[in-house]
Write a protein that binds this ligand. Structure first.
Ligand code: SF4
Length: 352
């Protein structure tokens, strides 16, 4: 529910308007996970609300922590039994949370664990927001994580929509969630601290440019030409490279914001030096930055990560051509931190 829906819901129960503000603040400022903790609500109302509603719709199925304790991955069950993942990454000054926008995904990227089960359904705005509140609660707990220095941030500081699903394929619900996450009366995170990653649904990039929120845009390119990109990202058939890049150019012209291109490097597939040159040529003149991602390997998959040396060589070619390029730190390999991998491992374990 957004705030108006909550106010109407409580009004229908015969409650005065200020109750909505009280409940809202308990959820979004104090991160409580049950009505009983809302101590300024009458006990009878708390009991009634607990019977008919929930403020924490996610049930934790599995939570795993990397050996160095800086990557936390959670597999959640939704009320209808679907499962989704979210990953929290601890950096010195940042607490970055990668969240899901759909249960499963319809985009069918051939190297992706999530793609293998197809799309189950869109997440509701509440289910998207709930992933953030879960980890905000987790970070606010003084007992966790045990090795976090006291002066470091104790809430989520950055959000990336790079988990399961294609956020622009669940456009309306994702944007409702983004407005709530950035609303100063709700979660209140600055829009510039949020990045939405898309496989390149060109018309939706145009729509995003008109939203007026300073959310960052990342486009998963993974190949500079249509033949290769269609093999890796089948949606490229509908939105070929040049069409995606034209939408990005319009987006930059309208928002004046730098766009990130994500490129997952896969050994022998898309990491040849000539592809780096072709990529630099395609991106010439776009206000952008390239993020090279060493692939998180899926067990038994033909797609394996490029070596560190070849990754650096690919990066150097782009940099020499004037394209700002970084190599993303690989996180949590031993805990299946790549998109969809924990869910897949859980379903394989359940079927054995
Ligand atoms: S990489 Fe992203 S868009 Fe592609 S199938 Fe996986 S979740 Fe969907």
């Amino acid at each position: 529910m957004d705030f108006d829906q909550l106010a109407q819901f409580l009004a229908d129960l015969g409650e005065p308007h200020f109750r909505a503000r009280q409940v809202w603040e308990w959820m979004y400022k104090r991160y409580v996970s049950d009505f009983d903790a809302m101590s300024n609500l009458p006990k009878a109302l708390r009991t009634k609300l607990a019977d008919i509603a929930t403020v924490a719709p996610l049930t934790l199925v599995t939570e795993v922590v990397s050996r160095d304790r800086d990557t936390f991955k959670a597999l959640f069950q939704l009320p209808d039994g679907q499962t989704i993942e979210a990953v929290l990454m601890l950096y010195d000054e940042r607490r970055t949370l990668c969240i899901s926008s759909q249960a499963g995904c319809a985009m069918g990227c051939t190297f992706c664990a999530t793609a293998q089960g197809g799309l189950a359904r869109n997440l509701t705005p509440g289910e998207i927001v709930a992933q953030v509140l879960y980890f905000a609660r987790y970070l606010a707990d003084p007992a966790l994580p045990p090795d976090t220095a006291a002066e470091r941030p104790t809430t989520v500081t950055n959000i990336v929509l790079m988990g399961m699903g294609e956020p622009l394929h669940n456009y309306a619900n994702v944007w409702k969630a983004l407005r709530r996450l950035t609303d100063v009366d709700a979660f209140g995170l600055g829009a510039r601290h949020i990045t939405l990653s898309t496989v390149g649904l060109a018309p939706m990039i145009d729509r995003m440019a008109d939203e007026g929120l300073q959310i960052g845009l990342a486009v998963s390119l993974h190949a500079p030409n249509d033949d290769l990109r269609t093999q890796l990202v089948p949606v490229n058939k509908g939105y070929p490279v040049d069409e995606v890049l034209a939408a990005v150019r319009r987006y930059v012209a309208k928002t004046n914001r730098r766009v990130t291109f994500e490129y997952a490097l896969m050994a022998g597939i898309n990491d040849a030096p000539e592809l780096a040159h072709a990529l630099a040529e395609k991106l010439h003149g776009i206000l952008c930055h390239v993020n090279l991602i060493p692939l998180n390997p899926i067990p038994n998959s033909p797609f394996q990560p490029t070596s560190d040396e070849e990754t650096e060589h690919f990066a150097q070619i782009l940099r020499k051509a004037g394209i700002p390029t970084t190599v993303r730190l690989r996180r949590g390999i031993e805990i299946n931190a790549g998109c969809g991998q924990l869910r897949r491992a859980a379903s394989i374990a359940a079927s054995q």
